[in-house]
Design a protein around this ligand. Structure first.
Ligand SMILES: [Zn+2]
Length: 138
């Protein structure tokens, strides 16, 4: 299990960019190695805080990080993942801005084309009717 950067910053997963930034600055000061009573442990925390900011401070890398974590969590929970797909395995729908994939329950997964614009990410899509999901690699 990799480091949970939200925990490092003491933020909720839903925290806004501003909240994350504030938490980052606060911890940066608290664990700064130049502090008089800085310990080795503080130095380690300081390093982690910087790493967390590098990952969560940028919206794109944050989205990617969130996607990886969601996926790890799902895999830990024992696989409600119905399929892992590439974009070209999705079918075109009558709506020009949406693609779909058939679920084994008979319903469909709908994917908005706009959500596929970010490359090298994994999009998680819930079935309209059951608890299965698909993962779409962009
Ligand atoms: Zn289903």
């Amino acid at each position: 299990m990799q480091v949970n950067y939200y925990e490092v910053l003491g933020c909720e997963k839903e925290a806004s960019h501003e909240e994350i930034k504030r938490a980052y600055h606060e911890r940066l000061l608290r664990f700064h190695p130049d502090k008089n009573d800085a310990s080795k442990r503080d130095a380690h925390r300081f390093h982690e805080v910087q790493e967390a900011w590098r990952m969560l401070g940028d919206p794109r890398s944050r989205r990617r990080y969130d996607a990886v974590r969601r996926q790890e969590k799902l895999e830990d929970e024992g696989g409600l993942v119905y399929a892992r797909l590439k974009v070209d395995e999705l079918e075109e729908s009558v709506f020009g801005d949406t693609l779909f994939y058939r679920c084994r329950c008979g319903d469909r997964y709908f994917v908005e084309i706009e959500d596929l614009s970010e490359k090298n990410s994994v999009l998680q899509v819930n079935c309209e009717s059951c608890t299965f999901i698909i993962l779409v690699e962009t």
